[in-house]
Design a binder for this molecule. Sequence first.
Ligand code: UD1
Ligand code: PEP
Length: 438
Amino acid sequence: MSSALHITGGVPLSGQVTVRGAKNLVPKAMVAALLGSTPSTLANVPEIKDVEVVTNLLSLHGVQVSRTDGVLELDPSAVTTAHHADIDAHAGDSRIPILLCGPLLHALGEAFIPDLGGCRIGDRPINYHLDVLRHFGARVEKVESGIRMSAPHGLTGAKVELPYPSVGATEQVLLTATRAEGHTELRGAATEPEIMDLIAILQKMGAIITVQTDRVIRIEGVPELTGYRHRAMPDRIEAASWGSAALATGGDIFVAGARQSDMMTYLNTFRKVGGGLDIGEDGIRFHHPGGDLNPLIVETDVHPGFMTDWQQPLVVALTQASGVSIVHETVYENRFGFTGALNRMGATIQLHRECLGSVPCRFGQRNFVHSAVISGATPLRAAEINIPDLRGGFSHLIAAMAAEGTSHVTGVELIKRGYEHFTDKLSGLGASFDLDDE
Ligand SMILES: CC(=O)N[C@H]1[C@@H](OP(=O)(O)OP(=O)(O)OC[C@H]2O[C@@H](n3ccc(=O)[nH]c3=O)[C@H](O)[C@@H]2O)O[C@H](CO)[C@@H](O)[C@@H]1O
Ligand SMILES: C=C(OP(=O)(O)O)C(=O)O
């Protein structure tokens, strides 16, 4: 199915939206349920495509997944009888299947992982994941359309050091080490809030995990984990996206469910641009206070830095700041493709191969276009846009909401990977658009 939105912009987005569980936590929490000997219950689950993909994948492996409103029950008791060898599931647009490796190796001694989806914002290799699994004793073989692996002698704890604090590879270690025999030491770990929430889940299940302040995580393997009951942390990326939408459109949005502690770096940046904030216990109000917005220098980084997934929506807001802003993307080598459409809409964004910033970066001198200079404020005008990826796509929607005239936006279904009921939310904020579902 292909969906298109015809958006008439120039309307400040104002009102309230609610964010539920995080796209970058919920699917991993669902995978963690595979490690338990008893059923798990996960609350605050959003209706997004990545949850659907992982539900299908787990069901294929024999996990019974049922949903009542926002609560998932996940029962892994039939997994050992699942006919996993026949699984030819396509990963869809999700990158989660790679995280099934450890749990499946523990449950079945073997696993097949289909080629991964995920946003096309760089090469997105999985070498760290495969190296990590080999450290635990897995045999890993690349076959057509996926990766086949086995652990005939079980998995044992290991000393692992990541070359870069990868979120997924850190989660790979956690999901593999908790039931591996013996101790694991992970150096160079990522410490994103979603990882901390996953650790909280694993601890509820019986895992023993210590997080040090120096990116070292220690895990003492245990022979058995049980199910968990958990409420997923809120989606801090969706929350920030609405914040940037309020700034770019001159609006005022209360994001119910947004949590300050997960978003400190975004909130600092939002305030420095000149946005107004009311931070409460039950959510955060983001608003444009009137007057000029300030240009900024922003460098994306691993947590606690400015998150890369916050970057694209913020860039739209920076097109409305008076002066020159610089954005240095240090997490992905190719995350500025979305700016082409913004330039067609009237923005002035120049891309550079140089590192325009001081955060140590793997992409300098390597020909990757990974810095952007944004000159504003430039009025935006409507355009025809085909959405390239999740966050780039959401930023295009924001730009269309801010622009004069009617934009035609295709490929909108990609947004459903990470934004629950986004057309309903946009309507509730006063946006003017028509939706075509073909
Ligand atoms: C589902 C999910 O949670 N996705 C998030 C997760 O993606 P994901 O876990 O895929 O991102 P990583 O943190 O692993 O990637 C960071 C960097 O490490 C590189 N890398 C990663 C793995 C590997 O085996 N080899 C390698 O070179 C990547 O190409 C990238 O340049 O963290 C990213 C960084 O916060 C977010 O943008 C994504 O929204
Ligand atoms: C890059 C993203 O996600 P994924 O890793 O699922 O592609 C994202 O959420 O912006």
